[in-house]
Design a protein around this ligand. Structure first.
Ligand code: UGA
Length: 441
């Protein structure tokens, strides 16, 4: 099939390479001409495991191309996927301007019956608006809008979109369902579950998934405050809870809280959807508040461990909002850095991929080239993002470099016994601290 993708960011680009690898002819475009120039040369504009290889492979197949000119992309397409950003406005509502402009562009360049598929996360009711807009722009063309939300996670985006656990299609007209079945046939043939529903249900289901995942994380973080005080172990509590298939173990890892562009924005947007529909959903506000509390808890632990923060060097390991990405949007590590900087600590950080983005976002943060440079002279080290390389650190070397051997583990990555054996004072999250007998702090 001929497919156009508008928006080649963290959702749109994996969508392009996935659809192309399913055998479709895909053309991608983006308002960011620099990003399209990179893509046309075969270079992904952000880090995502496996993306370089798949992009190269699909470009070589001749099925995947990019252009900054929408007029090169939409004509001839049977389906246009809208994958542009929907950032929060100051009142929390999703800003849908880019979605509207994309739909207008799609209408202007449509050459035949066209399915416009929303992949951007949008509030319930958006498809209805788009349908009206498309009909006004081009009364001569038959359009159907479908909601086809994306459930991919950054860091495992390709695996998630090449082997999705579900494909959700919300539509009205049978021909639009049929078109979308054809798009995903290579995946449904291999067993991916296809859920067909109405448009509002599909739109709302996406918000519901992200809000519920955020809720699980905030629940674990609230419980971690409790287990710390009770002398209990949050990781084991989560294991016990997770053994119940009705609960499940995923997203019960307590720590520095959730980050990334999706959970924050979708929680806010869902609150506004609820308000706009005349109902209140205060639980969502509490989920967000508990996430702030999780970051503050680590800031408080740092201050508690170091007494006065002025002129103390705090080394942050991991700056990306999660491992395997260079994305620092709403990164808990940077939120923590800001809080520590406000208290006049000297904050340095290291990340395997996200250092440049972190520096651009927070210029006051000193960037180090490796974990050991970060640790040198540090009075405290805070593990913020659980990159795999941090599980293999030379703990003896780390300790010999630090001014004070204090480690705060915002992701429960380190092993308490190893920390004890190396003489660290160690504060995990929701678990018992390791405090050597002779530790003065
Ligand atoms: C999230 C959803 O997981 C995807 O299903 C969805 O498609 C995507 O948003 C989206 O709407 O685009 P993503 O934000 O990429 O994906 O990352 P996650 O892996 O879900 O992690 C989000 C944050 O939660 C990270 O900061 C992570 O460290 C944190 N987290 C995750 C925890 O603090 N504890 C956990 O147990 C799990």
């Amino acid at each position: 099939m001929k497919i156009a993708v508008i928006g080649t960011g963290h959702v749109g680009l994996p969508t392009c390479v996935t659809l192309s690898s399913l055998g479709h002819e895909v053309a991608g475009t983006d308002a960011n001409a620099e990003s399209i120039a990179l893509l046309s040369r075969g270079t992904p504009p952000f880090h995502e495991p496996g993306l370089d290889e798949l992009l190269e492979q699909q470009a070589a197949s001749g099925r995947l191309r990019f252009s900054s000119d929408i007029a090169d992309v939409v004509p001839g397409a049977e389906v246009v996927f809208i994958c542009v950003g929907t950032p929060p406005r100051s009142d929390g509502r999703a800003n849908l301007l880019a979605v509207e402009l994309s739909a207008r562009d799609a209408a202007r360049h449509a050459t035949g019956p066209l399915v416009v598929a929303e992949k951007s996360t949008v509030p319930a009711g958006t498809a209805a608006r788009l349908k009206g807009l498309l009909a006004r722009e081009r009364p001569d063309v038959e359009f159907e809008v479908v909601s086809n939300p994306e459930f991919l996670r950054e860091g495992s985006a390709l695996a998630d979109s090449l082997r999705p656990d579900r494909i959700v299609i919300g539509a009205e007209a049978e021909w639009a369902f049929e078109m979308m079945r054809r798009v995903y046939e290579p995946l449904t043939r291999k067993g991916s579950r296809l859920i067909e529903t109405d448009i509002a249900t599909a739109e709302l289901a996406k918000h519901a998934c992200n809000a519920f995942l955020a809720l699980k994380i905030s629940f674990a973080n609230a419980l971690a405050r409790l287990t710390e005080r009770a002398g209990a172990d949050m990781v084991e509590v989560a294991d016990v809870m997770g053994s119940d298939p009705r609960i499940g173990r995923a997203y019960l890892d307590a720590g520095l809280g959730y980050g990334g562009s999706c959970f924050h924005k979708d929680l806010l947007a869902l609150q506004r959807v609820a308000e706009d529909l005349g109902t209140d959903f205060p639980l969502l506000r509490e989920v967000a508040r508990l996430n702030e509390e999780a970051i503050q808890a680590v800031a408080d632990k740092t201050r508690e461990a170091l007494w006065n923060l002025e002129d103390k060097r705090v080394a942050l390991l991991g700056l990306a909002f999660k491992p395997e990405t260079d994305d620092v949007r709403f990164s808990p590590a940077l939120a923590l850095a800001q809080r520590l900087l406000r208290q006049d600590a000297r904050v340095v950080g290291y990340d395997p991929r996200a250092s440049a983005n972190a520096k651009a976002e927070l210029p006051a943060l000193e960037i180090c080239v490796d974990p050991y440079e970060a640790a040198a002279g540090a009075h405290c080290l805070v593990l913020c993002t659980e990159w795999d390389e941090f599980s293999h650190l030379d703990l003896a070397r780390l300790k010999s470099l630090m001014a004070y051997p204090i480690v705060i583990d915002g992701r429960n990555l380190f092993d308490g016994n190893a920390m004890r054996a190396h003489g660290f004072t160690y504060y995990p999250t929701g678990r018992r601290a390791v405090v050597p007998d002779r530790a003065a702090t």
